[in-house]
Design a protein around this ligand. Structure first.
Ligand SMILES: Cc1cc2nc3c(=O)[nH]c(=O)nc-3n(C[C@H](O)[C@H](O)[C@H](O)COP(=O)(O)OP(=O)(O)OC[C@H]3O[C@@H](n4cnc5c(N)ncnc54)[C@H](O)[C@@H]3O)c2cc1C
Length: 428
């Protein structure tokens, strides 16, 4: 069983498949891939390593962790234990698909068998009647709902069924690396289940109304757990009864599936405009642009809600969804910078950084994605603050006193930049 973005032991169908009907023994392993180590921000690595430490502890120290290229390490381990098959939960990102194809090929006769995925409905599973993928969320959501999903799986296997790596291979095993930074909340399956139970008790019923209030901070904080598979969305969906709160929550889980589906069908949309009609828009990339970018990253734009969001991100690795929308819109429409600059910074900082949700969230804000906000709708950061943080609590929490001498003046004039954004859109 080769673990990847499924770092848990319960509700893990691939593990049950690995065990099989003939009660096979299973070696559980994880390959630290230097390519991903290089491209992941410190917080994501910390979350990953802490999650691995928890799985290892649950397996009484029997998780085999190695470092290297999976297409070399997995076939080597499969040979050492004379594996009948290598089991995985499917991965659908462009990188993950290429990697898994390479591993399947390198395994030769030994099958690479995928059971389940990190989604309620796997990418590519539902299409329009004519077989085309959905480009708009609402009809996708209706079909998604009709399609449905399974109940959580019982994937417990006896400890005696887990192969002890020290019995089968002495070479190459590494100690799980230390977390390179501290996290603002704990990683792992136990923490995910505890946080979910707390959210269900306290905030789920009012999620539909509370989710847009950054100061109240009543969203579930499941994103990083979902990203690393510390919990499967099936486990969450099983607790979502009727009612506005739970149903609003289910819709957000559908958004996660939708963006993964979009990426599956249009892999170029990771770093390029999904809608290529926007390719010719004029963007600022000169020295001034870099200076404005630095001010945005540091939370020193002089727009309190934007700065509060950017500081929350820098300090904690997480930002409230409403503020992600406002800060992203500001980068694209007030500063006229390429959305992928912002997307890259988010991925570097976020503990929940996820290619599909992040980059399509950015494309939504830029107006270049599927279902995008219409390009002519330009968020006014002050109006957004009045509406969603009317008492200024969120801003005070992250910025402090915006009347203080050391708080910067606005780096741009929103009204003028709005006109400028519309002019640039008009030009294409
Ligand atoms: C510019 C931008 C970048 C984003 N980057 C990421 C990212 O890297 N990783 C990430 O998981 N989410 C991202 N999101 C979506 C959303 O902001 C986060 O999922 C959410 O804030 C996480 O907090 P939560 O778990 O408390 O959310 P909740 O409100 O409790 O939502 C529950 C779950 O639903 C899913 N979800 C909610 N909103 C969205 C959404 N708009 N798109 C996709 N899935 C959603 C998430 O898995 C989330 O954990 C981004 C949104 C924007 C606008």
């Amino acid at each position: 069983m080769w673990l990847r973005r499924d770092l848990r032991l319960s509700d893990l169908p691939a593990l049950s498949t690995a065990r099989g009907t003939d009660d096979s023994s299973v070696l559980l392993c994880f390959v630290v891939d230097p390519r991903l180590e290089k491209s992941s921000g410190e917080r994501r690595l910390a979350f990953l390593f802490d999650s691995l430490r928890e799985v290892d502890a649950k397996l009484d120290g029997k998780l085999l962790v190695v470092r290297g290229r999976p297409d070399e390490e997995i076939p080597r381990l499969a040979k050492v234990v004379d594996a009948e098959a290598v089991h995985i939960s499917a991965d659908f990102t462009p990188f993950g698909r290429r990697r898994d194809e390479a591993v399947a090929e390198a395994l030769g006769e030994i099958p690479l068998e995928a059971t389940g995925s990190p989604y309620l409905v796997s990418p590519g599973r539902i299409t329009k009647d004519d077989g085309e993928p959905y480009k708009v969320f609402s009809p996708y959501f209706r079909r998604w709902h009709q399609h449905g999903w399974r109940k959580p799986a019982d994937s417990s296997i006896p400890g005696s069924a887990v192969l002890d790596p020290s019995q089968v291979t002495k070479s190459a095993r590494i100690t799980i690396p230390e977390a390179p930074t501290t996290l603002s909340f704990p990683a792992g399956e136990d923490a995910a289940l505890a946080r979910w139970a707390e959210f269900v008790d306290d905030d789920l019923a009012h999620y539909d109304t509370g989710r847009n209030d950054p100061a109240a901070d009543v969203t579930s904080r499941m994103s990083a757990y979902l990203k690393y598979g510390n919990i499967h969305p099936r486990t969450l969906a099983a607790d979502l009864a009727k009612g506005d709160g739970p149903q609003a929550y289910l819709r957000e889980l559908a958004f996660r599936d939708f963006y993964a589906d979009v990426l599956f069908h249009w892999p170029h949309s990771l770093w390029h405009n999904w809608n290529r009609q926007f390719d010719d828009i004029e963007l600022d990339t000169d020295d001034d642009a870099y200076e404005r970018f630095e001010a945005w990253k540091a939370g020193r734009t002089g727009f309190p809600l934007v700065d509060a969001g950017m500081r929350q991100l820098a300090e904690t690795g997480w930002m409230h969804n409403r503020v992600r929308m406002v800060t992203a819109s500001f980068l694209v429409k007030d500063l006229h910078l390429p959305w992928w600059w912002g997307a890259e910074w988010f991925l570097d900082q976020l503990v929940d950084g996820d290619m599909a949700s992040n980059n399509h969230g950015w494309q939504w804000a830029a107006g270049t994605g599927t279902d995008a906000a219409p390009y002519f709708r330009v968020f006014n950061p002050e109006a957004q603050a009045k509406k969603f943080d009317p008492k200024g609590e969120y801003v005070r929490r992250w910025v402090g006193d915006v009347d203080a001498d050391d708080y910067p003046e606005p780096i741009v004039d929103h009204k003028a930049e709005r006109e400028e954004a519309l002019r640039r859109f008009g030009a294409i």
